[in-house]
Ligand binder design. Structure first.
Ligand SMILES: Cc1cc2nc3c(=O)[nH]c(=O)nc-3n(C[C@H](O)[C@H](O)[C@H](O)COP(=O)(O)OP(=O)(O)OC[C@H]3O[C@@H](n4cnc5c(N)ncnc54)[C@H](O)[C@@H]3O)c2cc1C
Length: 218
């Protein structure tokens, strides 16, 4: 990475807050960089809204056909139905992959420089000097990573912090806690074999009576 490249705006985080802000700023004529330590699109595109809706649609298809099919004259023997979980998860991951690439495409189209890594503001703007943002190698901790080896420094007149939020640990008994997991854990695990009812963890503001997990507001 070129050392100390200067921008009008550096956006930290590329979730719906960050990528939309970055694109709008670029459209308004600013020279913009976006630093993202995970996947482009943040929680929404990669682990939250989009993949869970794909999983929910699968659950809905199953329920409509197997549980309610006979009401519509479609007779399905539940014991003859099997769920290919790898395919269910695979389809959900495929959808997020294409949206993730879509954000990269929009960045290129709007001439936004995308830097992979963990961003840290090391100094604020003064009348004589710009903001300094250090970029380091992203570590594997999605929510609380602190970055590894320094890979460069950028400067900017403005910095937009769009780093999202982290889920709270809940004071549930152990047994119940074992049944819930974070969206990132769930969607990443290639061996995930969860019942349909636990496919929407961390629903924060959307606590629904059908969800097996309940989350505190983030
Ligand atoms: C299971 C689930 C389902 C959801 N369903 C819906 C829904 O149906 N509808 C809805 O409106 N919302 C939904 N949400 C909420 C939605 O995902 C969030 O509101 C949205 O993602 C917040 O966007 P954001 O840009 O603020 O942050 P995020 O999407 O969290 O993005 C922040 C980004 O910043 C990056 N980052 C953090 N720190 C750094 C750093 N120091 N350096 C570089 N990068 C950094 C992260 O890697 C991340 O990519 C859901 C959430 C979950 C978990």
């Amino acid at each position: 990475m070129a050392q100390s490249k200067h921008y009008d705006l550096i956006v930290i985080g590329s979730g719906p807050g960050g990528y939309v802000g970055a694109i709008r700023a670029a459209q308004l004529g600013l020279k913009v960089a976006c630093v993202e330590r995970g996947k482009l699109g943040g929680v929404c595109l990669n682990w939250g809204c989009i993949p869970t809706k794909a999983l929910l649609h699968g659950a809905e298809l199953y329920q409509e056909a197997v549980t309610h099919g006979t009401e519509w004259g479609i007779n399905i023997d539940p014991s003859a139905v099997s769920v290919d979980w790898d395919k269910v998860m695979g389809r959900s991951r495929e959808i997020t992959g294409s949206l993730n690439n879509g954000v990269g495409f929009l960045f290129k189209k709007n001439k936004i420089d995308h830097y992979e890594g963990h961003a840290k503001i090391t100094s604020g703007r003064t009348s004589a000097t710009p903001c300094t943002v250090e970029i380091s190698e992203a570590d594997d901790d999605y929510y609380s990573g602190t970055g590894g080896k320094n890979s460069g420094t950028l400067t900017a007149d403005n910095v937009m912090i769009a780093t999202g939020a982290a889920p709270n640990e809940l004071p549930f008994p152990r047994a119940m806690a074992r049944r819930s997991c974070r969206a990132t854990t769930h969607s990443r695990s290639p061996n995930a074999r969860s019942p349909w009812s636990s496919s929407v963890p961390e629903r924060s503001a959307w606590n629904s009576p059908t969800s097996s997990t309940r989350s505190a507001p983030r």
